[in-house]
Design a protein around this ligand. Sequence first.
Ligand code: PAF
Length: 275
Amino acid sequence: MTAVSLKDRDLGLATGFVPTLGWLHEGHEALILRAQKENDKVIVSRFVNPLQFRKIAYKTYPRDEKRDVKICRGLNVDYLFSPEPFDMYPPGFDTGVEVKDLAGKLDGASLRWHYRGVITVVAKLFNITQPNRAYFGSKDPHQLALIRRMVDDLNFPVKIISVATKRDKDGVALSSRNSLLSQKEREAAKVISKSVKAIGARVKLGETDRARMTSDLIGMIEAEPLAKVDFAAVVDADSLTQERFAEKTLIYTAVYIGKIRLTDNRVVKNRKAGG
Ligand code: PAF
């Protein structure tokens, strides 16, 4: 592995890019393997982006560069881009990239600043690494929808590819944040995936009352004393609203387990619309 090189693109080689916050896990590995299948060279970035975190969460986010380098070497990643905040945001940095309406959907109303930080850093990373394809986990469907919007709106020459969420054996979605949970909290986190799956089964059976399914989802999750739902929604997977009766329904939730905010979702084909 060496520093990022744009020569490959000049040589006509296809480049796949996997942006990460570091603390790589099997979920990232799935993205890297998929990128390797579809491209000649793969670039991974690891950068804890201060623009998308509250102060304390930024400080406590797990970091271990040596470990990440070892994982990338083991997977034969071609380039690892590991900038410091100063490299990305030198003094005088003053630009932000924002997707407007769509950012306010789902739990975005109170998190506009977060999504602005995500979209800004992703735009910068795309410009730095110049990939043909970029790979994201589908664990954060809102982030994914915003990145797709930004790429379409600003004509970034990159194809966005989403890869199914990797889960532990007990169903819990893999996330770097899981490492911050105590044993008791990790046990409690199971309720999130179980509840999302249960609502998904109801959608599959043809249930369409999204408001009712949303409140049932909250009820199921909060039956676990350590879980506090920050946001829950059962919505049309494209417009992210409850109004449209869609072919696909997104069941999405963000839940605090203690102080750690975890998200999970499933996209389920609606039986009535999809046949
Ligand atoms: O989902 C993530 O890991 C981050 O939000 C991303 C896309 C790497 C931007 O910092």
